[in-house]
Design a protein. Structure first.
Length: 359
């Protein structure tokens, strides 16, 4: 029985539930994150909620429950999804790129060499952006993409690899990552505030002191201590990513200083809308991008896609060479021809599926 695509995936990712869940290889810290969130919240619901609902307001535990549920949803959505992995080049695509990616490359020649030029310059909103060649994935990475050494994949709009969620953060899961740290921050502040309220109210009963009140509810002390230590990290992280979202930058770009002043020249970020609200709306309210990995077998869809590609190639060659009817003849292949701006080999239809929209 042939193996599924996710079973032979070349990166270092782990796949679960038949390839529907994708995570990094090192996921131990993810379980620490999950344990802290669930553990502190359960302690709050068991030892604090009843007292606070009776003495303060019944809404207090309900708001905590809502924040807890949304935190888990955003955490799982960030950790279990494809962050924006770029598929590696096929055999002929890799050979084509390794031999210079020029129209005079003979793929049938048994020669191994590399063109020394491994970058390309393109214009993005009037600014020159370099495309770098990835020797692992054998592709020219698109703008803002980078190769993650932990997962061994090129990630589209790469932000960073986060061990706390057990996955990379990229184009497809960044907004869920941002919402996750925002809800975790609110949850920490909320639980810290009301555990202190619980202890203070107990200390005012009878002849109790603050210390004696702490001894009456040790679980509240543990919750308050964990939240106090965690809130500074998550609050700082939320502020940092709010700044990145406002300016439409990534952590990778900020650390490298991609849009910083160089040699006295100001380098403009071509991706920003120069408006904080517009950048927030673009990143957090934008569409959910389709994964470029086709890990699930869909033979009917693949057959239909191949038929579309074949029709496009036949039409293209009919326009270029009206007398040519057999596009499968390798001798008639013109490497300089392209579909959707990419070199086309009519005998390698699988290489075209990535650029072909579904019907």
């Amino acid at each position: 029985m042939p193996k599924k695509r996710w079973e032979v995936f070349p990166g270092r990712n782990r796949f679960y539930c038949g390839g529907r869940i994708i995570m990094a290889k090192q996921i131990n810290v993810f379980f620490v994150t999950l344990f802290l969130i669930v553990g502190v919240s359960v302690l709050f619901f068991v030892f604090d909620s009843k007292f606070l609902s009776e003495r303060v307001n019944p809404v207090v535990p309900i708001i905590a429950a809502v924040l807890f549920v949304f935190t888990l949803l955003f955490l799982f959505r960030t950790s279990f999804s494809d962050p924006g992995i770029l598929p590696r080049a096929t055999g002929d695509e890799a050979t084509f790129n390794d031999r210079g990616a020029t129209s005079d490359v003979d793929l049938s020649a048994d020669v191994s060499y590399r063109n020394p030029s491994r970058t390309k310059d393109i214009l993005v909103n009037g600014e020159t952006v370099k495309l770098k060649y990835c020797f692992t994935c054998k592709i020219f990475r698109p703008p803002r993409a980078s190769h993650c050494s932990m997962c061994d994949n090129c990630i589209e709009r790469f932000d960073h690899h986060c061990p706390w969620i057990g996955n990379c953060v990229g184009k497809r899961n960044y907004k869920y990552f941002y919402l996750m740290i925002a809800t975790i921050t609110l949850l920490c502040i909320y639980i810290l505030t009301f555990t202190l309220v619980h202890i203070i109210m107990l200390s005012k009963e009878g002849d109790s002191t603050f210390i004696s009140a702490m001894s009456k509810t040790p679980a509240s002390v543990i919750e308050a201590l964990i939240c106090f230590l965690a809130v500074w990290s998550v609050l700082g992280l939320a502020g940092f990513h709010s700044y990145l979202t406002c300016t439409n930058q990534t952590t990778n770009e900020e650390i490298k200083g991609s849009w910083a002043q160089r040699h006295g020249e100001v380098v403009r970020n071509p991706y920003t809308a120069n408006n904080c609200c517009s950048n927030f709306a673009k990143i957090l309210c934008g569409p959910s991008y389709t994964s470029l990995l086709r890990l699930q077998e869909d033979k009917n869809k693949e057959k239909k896609d191949m038929e579309i590609v074949r029709e496009k190639i036949e039409k293209m060659y009919a326009e270029q060479r009206p007398n040519q009817t057999d596009i499968n003849n390798k001798d008639h292949w013109n490497p300089s021809s392209s579909v959707n701006g990419s070199p086309v080999d009519p005998t390698d239809l699988h290489a075209q599926l990535r650029n072909t929209p579904s019907p």
